[in-house]
Design a protein around this ligand. Structure first.
Ligand SMILES: [Zn+2]
Length: 129
């Protein structure tokens, strides 16, 4: 798929995607069905959407923004509202459990320490052994 950033620029640090990307995504991804209607599917529940029901799809960071996923085309997908909220619940509970208590933060802090010691100072001491 062609990256729309040339037409609709986006700062990878922004919290939200440009709203124009939704229609752009539809125009690139939609396939004509047997009933003659152009459709796309929610990648999680496979529910079908046409252009008139596009409003029920929401822009989503594949790798979550809260876990440092960038706001770039490569990290963009459209999810139905229901799957998007279920995904948020999972991220907030199950993935945080997998990340462990402070484990992920310590790894990240160590990474930042190597990349930019001055910035790492703002994050406190490196607690990794
Ligand atoms: Zn869905």
């Amino acid at each position: 798929m062609t990256n729309p950033s040339g037409n609709f620029p986006c700062d990878c640090r922004d919290r939200t995607f440009p709203p124009e990307w939704k229609d752009y995504w539809f125009r690139q991804e939609a396939r004509i069905e047997e009933d003659g209607i152009y459709c796309i599917y929610c990648p999680l529940c496979r529910f079908r959407f046409d252009h008139s029901t596009l409003k029920f799809l929401t822009a989503d960071h594949i790798w979550p923004y809260s876990l440092f996923g960038e706001t770039v085309w490569e990290n963009y997908q459209l999810l139905c509202i229901s799957c998007n909220s279920r995904k948020k619940d999972k991220i907030d509970t199950e993935i945080r459990d997998i990340l462990g208590h402070g484990e992920f933060r310590n790894i990240l802090q160590h990474f930042v320490q190597e990349k930019d010691p001055h910035l790492a100072g703002f994050l406190g001491p490196d607690r990794r052994q």
